[in-house]
Ligand binder design. Structure first.
Ligand code: ZN
Length: 353
């Protein structure tokens, strides 16, 4: 198999020099929002369906482009892409928090925890799914749900985890590990535990939008209220997980509903970030999914005509939107691993790379 990273153009190196020469104001907290499988076109479809408005577009102070290729494949999966964000290393598709040699890599959540920051993840998939797993687990395959759930149970780096996948976890082990466990959105909002794992429902996979309700918005704000108690700061990853699932199925309605749900959560989080003034928010995707194009405007249903050219991920680079202290360093075109590098630098965290 080809090593795509080595084959990539070298002009990207000069871009890093530019970014490094800027002396940005540093944030106390970083929120990384990932729309799984969400290309520019998915967001523009949501913008169109909202009548020409999108919270993510409104707040974007700096816009960059992220190249998403995995180490062993031109087209990444969510595991390799999330590992690039969480560890700054390109790895093979399917691998969770590990290099291609199966050596565990310290994640940004673990580095932040070591420096006394609080960390968390809020997702609309099951918690052992590839993206959240890559921040709190280290396994050679994303399919190893039992091992990933165990890693997430005993990884002390997480202050709060919100998402689905209750059946994959042993609640007694979670309690032994120090988690206060809650099930349901209302119970989550009552959860006052120092360490919390909040299952938004009892299913293996959470319901699609809009049936699952405002789990992402409420979960994100609940996590922020817990994490912002730490005076040293926090790192939070929020994922709109099912945009990708809608796109895999070439299901326009599901893709659109999930993208709107993601933008709705982003809007509420962005309002908090705006008030806080010490938080940097980065909104991006792990990869594009579906090869989505818009072929016109459906005035009857007030939405774009969405055409998918693939049932899989594509190689299309994805946008990166940033707002808050340090946002300007996210302008430019760079590898997805640079997002980790920039976040680590802005939080004054030391990388083991
Ligand atoms: Zn996918």
């Amino acid at each position: 198999m080809k090593n795509w990273v080595i084959a990539l153009p070298l002009f990207l190196a000069s871009n890093n020099v530019d970014a490094n020469s800027i002396k940005p104001r540093k944030p106390k907290n970083i929120i990384l929002m990932i729309g799984d499988g969400t290309g520019l076109v998915h967001l523009y479809a949501a913008y169109t369906a909202k009548g020409g408005q999108l919270n993510i577009f409104d707040y974007a102070k700096a816009v960059g482009i992220s190249i998403t290729a995995a180490l062993n494949d031109y087209i990444t999966d969510s595991a390799a892409a999330a590992t690039a964000f969480s560890t700054g290393q390109k790895t093979n598709n399917g691998m969770i928090g590990m290099g291609h040699d199966s050596v565990s890599l310290k994640t940004i959540a673990e580095s932040a925890y070591e420096k006394g920051l609080s960390t968390g993840a809020v997702v609309t998939c099951e918690l052992p799914h590839a993206t959240p797993a890559s921040f709190y687990a280290h396994q050679p395959s994303r399919k190893m749900y039992a091992e990933i759930a165990k890693d997430m149970t005993y990884n002390q780096a997480a202050t709060i985890l919100v998402g689905g996948g209750l059946p994959y976890f042993d609640t007694n082990s979670l309690k032994t590990a120090g988690y206060t466990v809650s099930v349901g959105i209302n119970a989550m909002q009552q959860n006052r535990g120092a360490r919390q794992i909040c299952f938004t429902d009892t299913f293996k996979e959470p319901l699609p939008a809009p049936q699952r309700g405002p789990a992402l918005e409420k979960g994100s704000m609940h996590a922020i209220s817990r994490l912002s108690k730490n005076k040293k700061g926090f790192f939070l990853m929020i994922e709109g997980s099912q945009i990708d699932w809608g796109a895999h199925k070439n299901d326009s309605a599901h893709t659109l509903a999930e993208t709107l749900d993601f933008d709705n959560a982003a809007g509420v989080v962005l309002q908090w970030v705006k008030k806080d003034k010490n938080t940097l928010i980065i909104i991006t995707a792990d990869h594009e999914c579906g090869g989505l194009t818009l072929h016109g405007y459906d005035s009857l249903n007030k939405r774009p005509v969405m055409h998918f050219s693939s049932g899989h991920h594509t190689a299309e680079p994805v946008p990166v939107y940033a707002y808050g202290p340090g946002a300007e360093t996210f302008s430019g075109i760079y590898q997805n691993t640079a997002i980790y590098d920039k976040m680590m630098k802005l939080l004054n965290l030391q990388s083991d790379k």
